[in-house]
Design a protein around this ligand. Structure first.
Ligand code: FMN
Length: 447
């Protein structure tokens, strides 16, 4: 059934746990240390992963009093540095369709794609965070407007990329023919929200254009993934959800006239690695202590639909309360929290398993984490994972040094790169522009 695809990320130069920056040995100011990101990309390359991924929410969030910010350094700056410090790893950066104009995206991404020799991915988001939008504009656009604009920006960016086709650059010294100006044509794109005349001022990279990722939630994000993207960063709460999601998405991809084999869902997974299951849980308990366990205890009440905030965090939930507990249907992660509580774990231990984390957490030995990744992969969840450590760079190093070799030994992960571009890593053909996209997926251009 082929091999899995893995990308890695270091948001704020750290992992999934809010208190991770306080972990011994991690750089306390990793969020603004370019070397951390460069080392992260090099580690991902050492593990022969598909890519290194950066989110982007350009704003200060409410928890800055205790937590480093997810995307302080501009990911584009980091991508350029990482491109020069690596040779094979794919580099996937977020650029929001709500913030940037199409020409800015097309030119920046093409520049990076050339500098990296065809290793870029563009992660398309619409920026849900109002604080980020208010840093750029006087107000926040209506939902429909934001997604109408996203559609136009995507189309204009692809048209711009295609406006300089392969073969138009001649560099013919004998004749003095530099480029074929008949092939490099304006796009004259005029939409309701964005316009661009074109053409772009750079030729395509060895992969043509960057692979298109998306990380959108909701119906709009789903439709974008099904009809336009090559890959998706997903946040499924459980294996069952991930399986059902991929079943549905792959059928929507097929309905759009596209091939689901040429699409990867990178399910976000947090990892906490130790030499025994017990040590992994202890590691996470120590990490929780560096965060804010009391607010998590409060949220656990909500997940289990019982009041537990005043209870002893180091004792199991008493039977009389457990009898009344029900997993909260509003949050799919609640079933896992409920199962842990029913097994008799203390409240602290339930929390340490990570049911409240943004992504499912695989904790345990390298072997047991490899087992879980294999289980998800073989269940049919979209072939890919976006791996996030728990503390920072050292937890990513543990994944690459300890889990990756097991997956490689099992034949589930490549041991050498067979190509040099991100499209090749993802099993995608060379492609450059909107016309090629249309030819491939005629029904996919929903207007
Ligand atoms: C796994 C995941 C990762 C995301 N990463 C980002 C990101 O880096 N930057 C961003 O602005 N939004 C990010 N988003 C948010 C989406 O782009 C989208 O804006 C959000 O789901 C709200 O949808 P709306 O724009 O329809 O309100 C992410 C969403 C998901 C599910």
């Amino acid at each position: 059934m082929g091999q899995m695809h893995i990308i890695a990320q270091l948001s704020a130069g750290q992992g999934l746990e809010p208190g991770g920056w306080r972990w011994p040995g991690e750089d306390k100011a990793a969020f603004m240390n370019d070397d951390i990101f460069i080392k992260g990309a090099q580690l991902a390359e050492k593990g022969k992963l598909d890519g290194f991924f950066l989110v982007d929410v350009p704003a200060i969030s409410a928890d800055i009093a205790t937590t480093p910010q997810g995307s302080s350094l501009d990911p584009i700056v980091l991508m350029a540095l990482m491109a020069k410090a690596t040779t094979h790893i794919g580099l996937i950066s977020t650029m929001s369709t709500s913030i940037y104009e199409p020409y800015s995206i097309a030119r920046t991404m093409r520049s990076l794609d050339l500098v990296s020799k065809g290793r870029m991915g563009w992660n398309v988001v619409t920026t849900g965070n109002p604080h980020a939008l208010l840093n750029y504009f006087a107000g926040t656009p209506a939902h429909g407007e934001k997604h109408g604009r996203a559609q136009e920006v995507w189309e204009a960016v692809l048209r711009l990329w295609g406006s300089w086709p392969e073969g138009a650059l001649k560099l013919d010294v004998a004749s003095g023919h530099f480029a074929d100006d008949k092939l490099i044509k304006p796009i004259n794109f005029k939409g309701e929200y964005v316009s661009s005349k074109g053409p772009i001022n750079l030729p395509p990279s060895p992969q043509g254009m960057p692979a298109v990722f998306t990380a959108g939630g909701g119906q709009y994000g789903y439709d974008f993934a099904a009809t336009k993207a090559d890959a998706m960063y997903g946040n499924p709460p459980t294996l069952e959800y991930a399986k059902a999601f991929w079943q549905q998405l792959s059928s929507s991809i097929r309905q759009a006239g596209r091939n689901p084999d040429e699409f990867t869902v990178f399910n976000g997974i947090g990892v906490s690695i130790a030499s025994s299951e017990k040590e992994a849980l202890e590691r996470r308990i120590a990490l929780d202590e560096l965060g804010d366990p009391s607010s998590r205890q409060q949220y656990l009440s909500h997940m289990l639909s019982i009041p537990i905030t005043g209870l002893d965090i180091d004792a199991p939930i008493p039977d009389r309360l457990l009898k009344l507990a029900r997993p909260n249907r509003q949050d799919h992660r609640s079933q896992y929290a409920y199962d842990l509580a029913m097994k008799g774990f203390t409240i602290r231990e339930v929390l340490a398993h990570g049911p409240i984390n943004y992504h499912p957490v695989f904790l345990g030995t390298p072997e047991s984490i490899a087992d879980k990744l294999q289980q998800w992969f073989e269940a049919g969840t979209g072939k890919g994972f976006n791996i996030i450590g728990d503390t920072g760079l050292s937890s990513l190093a543990d994944f690459v040094d300890q889990v990756v070799p097991i997956l490689q030994k099992r034949g589930l992960l490549r041991t050498e790169y067979s190509g040099s571009t991100l499209r090749e890593h993802l099993g995608l053909p060379y492609r450059n522009g909107f016309a090629e996209f249309e030819a491939k997926a005629p029904q996919a251009t929903i207007k």
